[in-house]
Design a protein around this ligand. Sequence first.
Ligand SMILES: Cc1cc2nc3c(=O)[nH]c(=O)nc-3n(C[C@H](O)[C@H](O)[C@H](O)COP(=O)(O)O)c2cc1C
Length: 185
Amino acid sequence: MSITATEPTAITANPVLRAIADRRSVRGYSPKPITQDQLDALLAAAVQSPSAMNRQPWHFSVVQNPAILSRINAEVSKAMNKDVGDVFHGAPCCVFLSCEPDARWSRLDCGIATENIAIAAQGLGLGSVILGMPEAAFTGPNGGELNAMLKFPPTYKFAVAIAVGVPAVTKEAHPLLADRIDYID
Ligand SMILES: Cc1cc2nc3c(=O)[nH]c(=O)nc-3n(C[C@H](O)[C@H](O)[C@H](O)COP(=O)(O)O)c2cc1C
């Protein structure tokens, strides 16, 4: 039995499974901003995520200001001592998740909320890409200033980010590794 040979029929007609199957990391966007209603829906999906003991240990900083995204991008290059290019891949919007880094499950909870945003974006016909690269900006020489600029709560640190927008490129699905699954009888 393989998950790669043919798509399970349950996926075909199911909009949630279709969105999961069709999501890609989109690395090219139209400059067109997403609507406030779409943004509200994405953040609703985020805060509807499950979390360990319902702690909801996350904070979401929504950035659509190109100057702020450019500044963060420049700080990534500065911290990494090289030109990293556009870590936001031209997206008009990026949501930065922060959390208490050492609190048990908090980073996993942020990851789950991030995936909720990714699937919600796909469901709305938008694209997204989850981003770890921006972390360098928040741990770099001007990290404290950036934490404050993005209104991370005190003691919270960058966890992960997700850029969202109208896709301008397409991408193949990543290979599905069926050997990562064992059915235990
Ligand atoms: C925690 C995490 C961090 C990631 N960081 C980046 C990143 O900084 N830049 C980037 O272009 N893609 C990033 N990605 C996207 C992965 O490269 C991508 O999910 C993977 O190659 C599989 O491709 P797919 O998402 O299209 O299925 C990240 C994904 C995850 C889950």
